[in-house]
Design a protein around this ligand. Sequence first.
Ligand code: MG
Length: 384
Amino acid sequence: MNIAILGSTGSIGHSTLEVIRQNKQKFSINLLTARRNHKLLLEQSKEFNPKFVYLEDEQARKIYKENALQKKIETCIIQSQEEFEEVLGSDETNVVVAGMVGIAGLIPVHFAISKGKRVLLANKESYVVAGEYLNTLCTQTGASIFPIDSEHSAIHQCLANTENKTDVSKIILTGSGGPFLNKDINEFTSITPEQAINHPVWNMGKKISVDSSTLMNKGLEVIEARWLFGYENIDILIHPEGIIHSLVEFRDNSVLAQLSNPDMKIPIAYGLSYPERIISGSTPLNLQEVGSLNFLEPDFKKFPCLKLAIDLLSVGGTSFSILNASNEVCVEAFLDGRISYIQIYEIISKVLDKIKIKTVESLEEVLESDKNSRMETSSIINNL
Ligand code: MG
């Protein structure tokens, strides 16, 4: 099987390559892409021998080229967006791992789906904003989407043998509760970026770490689950140990759960090999060592972003792209020290009140809504 990894130098790219390292006879790399980390991309090229590489940044591409020449690494360096799409869409790419962060991933994900690929989607943002549209496209092209999100991979695994949709009574999405689960609500005003990116269970990029601390990540995951599995009955269960990755309750009140150590390599291996199983390289779960598992109700007062996202399920349309875009801008402003932690929620809800929500009929409408929401959010932040 030939794989393209978009964002190969990021954390998902890194984990994907670790899984591939365990299963070298099964997979080969057709394409690796990165924004500008030419150094790591070169190391990856040396080890995995991709047919093509692409660096978005032109300067980084030049440096990569010189170094590859010196080290005699024979990889074809893609020079343009058109060439990139050609390789991504060609028959030589079977699986596309979309590991880049944020809305930036929407265009290549959309392209891969339009070409009928199996897409492993770590980029939940693109699916949250355009899920309905992308689902229709999947049906037309025969593409399939596999979530590289521990919760959604768990739900996928629990649902694997379900033939009748009506057998499912609800989905129970778990979340660790983030670093501020036990923090006093009165201390939320003084939360710093350093505190927010320090996640107790998962080691991730900055943006998703902040989202995990506000539980906006869980909110986006509710929307993601709705699009992936087609159910609207979704409960949130806080589970600090992060061992049960999600559960499905059936109409006979039987509940299935998927358990493992928190390790992104498991959802990646599952998505790469489904319906088979391959070695993931993660450590086996030792429940005796874990000892006990705890469960709590989510606190919407402390984490209003979660409630905001859940409430949008019944609104639909461009509301998801407004939520997502405004959140991205706010998280960036928070990390830059321009707004406080609690202002993230305040500003997003202001933007949602202000922008008119429409139905989504094309990708352009999603992108337009994304752009307007970003401008509106930035203007609110600039006028603070
Ligand atoms: Mg997740």
